[in-house]
Write a protein of this length. Structure first.
Length: 109
């Protein structure tokens, strides 16, 4: 993952919405230091952190990860935006159940 590109996009999304680092930290329950480390590229985001940030800033993961996004995934998202939006809104336990189902289905091939 390109941490610098992620940090640049994170900061840009935050600033476009006139959200301070302190406010974003409060919105996401992350620390100010964590937000700063992410924006400076000193720290990569975990999947949970990525989801929390995307929800708070109302941006898609592909925007924040745009330097790293697989073109196939982007094309699939464009073809099925409702599916991706639905999955994005699921709870973590619901996402884990879907992953389990996907593993089971992929083994049947």
């Amino acid at each position: 993952m390109n941490n610098k590109a992620f940090g640049k996009h994170l900061k840009s999304a935050r600033e476009k919405q006139n959200i301070s680092v302190k406010k974003l930290a409060a919105m996401t329950k992350l620390t100010v230091d964590t937000i700063r480390a992410l924006e400076s590229g000193k720290r990569p985001p975990g999947i949970e952190t990525l989801i929390v940030l995307c929800n708070a800033l109302k941006v898609s993961p592909d925007y924040l990860l745009s330097a790293e996004v697989d073109k196939t995934l982007v094309n699939r998202q464009k073809k099925s935006p409702a599916l991706f939006d639905s999955v994005f809104r699921l709870t973590n336990s619901e996402k884990m159940r879907i992953e389990d189902i996907a593993r089971i289905l992929s083994k049947r091939r």
